[in-house]
Design a protein around this ligand. Structure first.
Ligand SMILES: NC(=O)c1ccc[n+]([C@@H]2O[C@H](COP(=O)([O-])OP(=O)(O)OC[C@H]3O[C@@H](n4cnc5c(N)ncnc54)[C@H](O)[C@@H]3O)[C@@H](O)[C@H]2O)c1
Length: 381
């Protein structure tokens, strides 16, 4: 991807799952960036960055969804945003191009081809934009043990209806578009990484780190720095949005729970609960409809200090899933466009700050390491 040195471009976010809770919140945020940037920019971690490459407010959105209702109907149904935020811009939001997802009856190759055609039509409509693909599909039940090694493995051994994410990623890579995997779905298999490297495309994932896990990384890094021993950590989440409902299926929740769990031992450098013969770091997610997108999380953290004396901390997060997630998606799109311009390809582990399970070689683990990595990444651009 090249950039006219005399001019800056806009960003084009290509979102699979555009009418979901995060996708539709993002659509409103993109509109607000144009009309009221002061209501969005201060909440970005990339505010003030990359302005030499593309103007902060010039962002377009397009995507795919299985739902056939309008984007503003989706916003209204998810109940994330007050009407006053998006209603004045509803015509503009509904002009966002959201293609129907490829039929589940198509095989993998036909799905990829259809998405490539959609992307080509968007490239004609936004000829000067820097596209970034964002995966916001629901968590799926794909088994990581079947990670495809080659493209023919993907075609022969993956189910296009069960794991549609791969069709979108392969189409984006074929069109040389960077890929962000915000979902816990195992997109970063050897076959996809090889294709990305061959096509000079960068990829970042997986599983956006938005709420409880973000604070877990911060606190665990602080305990490690202070040499306080973590004896146990009990984390509970309730949420009532479509993601929460989907995660009630144990097979679909398995990837997310593993991502939320593994990182603690990695940060601390020892297995929490070893002396009990079983992990004492426990993570639960419960679907609780009254809350909608307004999730709540509780953490009970048991610590041991001098002379083995116990201490304990309680954390209660009353967050909003999509309000936390949408700005991070915008941030990731901006990073990936900038990295793409600088010629990076393959996985970008340095973006570990944004993910529960950062993919790539030696991703940064503690909060400080993650911040340091972002700083050096920016210096190299
Ligand atoms: N909200 C957060 O804080 C957070 C954090 C980390 C990861 N995630 C992940 O991000 C993803 C999106 O979250 P969400 O809350 O927006 O979910 P959601 O269920 O509200 O949205 C998913 C959207 O994908 C659409 N969809 C389903 N199959 C499709 C297909 N084949 N092609 C195109 N569209 C399709 C659905 O119709 C829906 O609109 C989930 O995987 C979730 O686990 C969310």
């Amino acid at each position: 991807m090249s950039l006219d040195p005399n001019g800056s471009k806009s960003l084009l976010l290509l979102v699979a799952g555009a009418k979901g809770a995060i996708g539709s919140t993002l659509a409103a945020a993109v509109s607000m960036l144009r009309h009221h940037p002061e209501s969005v920019l201060p909440y970005l971690t990339t505010a003030g960055k990359f302005s030499r490459l593309f103007p902060q407010q010039a962002v377009h959105l397009a995507g795919w969804d299985v739902a056939d209702h309008s984007l503003t109907t989706a916003i209204s149904r998810h109940g994330v945003l007050p009407k006053a935020v998006w209603e004045p811009y509803q015509d503009e939001i509904n002009r966002v191009e959201v293609f129907p997802s490829p039929s589940v009856d198509l095989d993998r190759a036909a799905q990829v081809q259809q998405i490539i055609l959609d992307i080509q039509s968007l490239k004609t409509r936004f000829p000067d934009a820097l596209p970034v693909f964002i995966n916001l599909l629901p968590a799926c039940a794909a088994e990581p043990s079947h990670a495809p090694e080659t493209l023919s493995d993907i075609h022969a051994h993956t189910d296009a209806s069960e794991f549609p994410d791969l069709s979108y990623a392969l189409a984006a890579i074929a069109c040389r578009i960077p890929v962000v995997n915000f979902t816990p779905n195992p997109l970063e298999c050897p076959a996809v990484i090889q294709e990305a490297e061959k096509n000079g495309v960068c990829m970042a994932g997986c599983d956006g780190k938005t709420g409880q896990t973000y604070f877990k990384v911060v606190l665990a890094s602080a305990f490690k720095a202070r040499n306080l021993q973590v004896d146990g950590w009990y984390s509970l989440n309730i949420l009532g949005n479509a993601d929460g409902k989907n995660l009630m299926d144990p097979e679909r929740a398995a990837g997310k729970l593993a991502n939320k769990t593994h990182l603690l031992d990695d940060i601390l450098g020892y297995p929490v609960g070893e002396k009990y013969g079983a992990p004492s770091h426990k993570v639960h997610i419960d679907y609780y409809p009254p809350r909608g997108d307004a999730k709540e999380a509780w953490d009970v953290i048991d610590l041991i200090g001098l002379f083995d004396l116990p201490m304990s901390i309680r954390v209660n997060l009353q967050g909003r899933d999509s309000i936390l997630a949408a700005p991070l998606v915008l941030d990731l799109a901006r990073w990936m466009a900038a990295l793409s311009i600088s010629g990076r390809k393959g996985l970008i582990p340095e973006l570990g700050f944004y993910f529960k399970k950062p993919m790539g070689d030696c991703p940064p683990v503690t909060f400080q390491e993650q911040l340091n990595c972002l700083q050096s990444l920016e210096k190299d651009l």
